[in-house]
Write a protein that binds this ligand. Sequence first.
Ligand SMILES: Cc1cc2nc3c(=O)[nH]c(=O)nc-3n(C[C@H](O)[C@H](O)[C@H](O)COP(=O)(O)OP(=O)(O)OC[C@H]3O[C@@H](n4cnc5c(N)ncnc54)[C@H](O)[C@@H]3O)c2cc1C
Length: 519
Amino acid sequence: MTTFNDARVRAANDRPPNTKGKYVLYWVQMFRRLHSNHALDHALRLAAGWKKPLVVYEGLKLNYPWAAARHHQFILQGMRDNAAAAKRLGVSYWPFVETPADAGRGLVKRLVGDACAVVTDDYPAFIVPAQNRALAAKAEVPVIAVDGNGLVPLAKLGPPVAAANHLRPRIHKLFAEAWGHRAAAEPAVPKGVGKKLDPPFAPWDPKQDIPRFVAGLPLDQTVPPVPGVEGGSVAGRAALADFVARKLPRYADGRNNPDDPARNAASALSAYLHYGHVSAQEVAEAALGPDWTPAAINPKTRNKDDFFCRDPNVNGFLDEAVIWRDVGYHWNFARLRANPGVERPGVSWQAGGVPQYNFETFDFSPGGERTLDVVLPEWAKATLAKHAGDPRTHLYRLDEFEAGETHDELWNAAHRQLVATGRIHNYLRMLWGKKVLEWSRTPAEAYRVLEHLNNKYALDGRDPNSYSGVLWVFGLFDRPWPPERPVFGSVRYMSSENTARKFNLSGYFEYVNGLRPAS
Ligand SMILES: Cc1cc2nc3c(=O)[nH]c(=O)nc-3n(C[C@H](O)[C@H](O)[C@H](O)COP(=O)(O)OP(=O)(O)OC[C@H]3O[C@@H](n4cnc5c(N)ncnc54)[C@H](O)[C@@H]3O)c2cc1C
């Protein structure tokens, strides 16, 4: 019998299961949670069917692209929460964290050797597609990649789209059915599946002092953890509950006010969503409330503020958290499906410290300088090329941008917020990106600067939406905006002066001036 969620499940190889294996392995890569997770549900089903224990393996290496103390601490706080959740559920949880003394080389392959089958996350960006492909090629057992990215299975959303307006109706059409096939909020673990097994390696101790542990690792310590920001499902769920209680009721008007984040109405959930500590499903459940049913959907509306329910705040928020979020996820996913094998396992992503191969945009030219040619729509490529020779009013190099030393106080403040706190308010993030295009020698150079700064400092960086966001600056998912301007051509332009007129920025400057610099 086929079900709606079969579309989430992809056999990454065609090996037969090893029924003599000791366990079913769930290798957690990006859906770093033990609740509301379709990949976990699938692994539990397989384990129950074969009457085998489930082992959840979650690892963290030292050399992922843009590895830094900030990202490490956030992820490890999540692993601490997952250890506690596994104990509550009664499943074996094997956490591994690489240190100079224990590199864990070939560990996943070793664990797969004792498995009946491997379930893992079908995350359509970062290093995950290449890792899955490499594992599938080597493993003697089935490697099954499961899409737990969002509410609607990405495989059901069709070919890549050029704009959110094209994806919105596809998601709206499937939303009610997807709602009836959500992942288990509290998965049931059948007897036997929960049998406790010990790992064949020294597991990471989640009870230790995590900041101290991270401070002792050979990581980029110049991107330090953000004071007062805690990773993990516990903190993520608390942030979600706080958002729904205090900010959601004024989201429609308040989200774009770039004031102190404690006062503006945006959720600040993107880092938790990125690391999978919180699922898009539970975000929608919390926003819609316990009494909501799909009967409240207005299927005929063309108005995005009237689809899920009659509250424009809830509709506005879900249009971001469900539709816009899926724009980036679906774009990467559909492109991967359309170009099988393009992610090239074995390609090194670490050359000279900064990633040189872009798995998200499929640009494997050295230095990634062809990304814009590979991904932009024709109109954007043509207009940027036409204005390539335009004089720039200001020119900055990566190190000058990174130091936040431009002539523009608003840009510097937005960048300082990113460096110190790992986030930028959405509206200012758009301006931040547009100005890098305006003040760089070429659009290709601007792209590299933005990709690097966004992924290095932002806690939600290296996400499919890092790429849809950064590439939007150059015209992706957008349309021509006349009149033609220097450098931009007909790509949408933004000015600091207009932004400053739109908002009362004194609260924002006050907030940024009070931030401790990252050190
Ligand atoms: C240059 C640039 C870079 C960006 N880089 C990233 C990135 O690295 N990671 C990332 O998750 N988003 C990125 N975005 C999109 C957007 O800025 C963030 O998702 C949003 O600001 C996160 O803040 P929040 O959680 O408070 O959002 P809220 O307004 O509370 O929205 C709720 C959720 O909806 C989703 N969302 C909101 N706005 C967008 C959007 N424009 N596009 C896609 N999803 C959205 C996010 O998952 C977000 O957490 C980028 C945008 C730009 C212009």
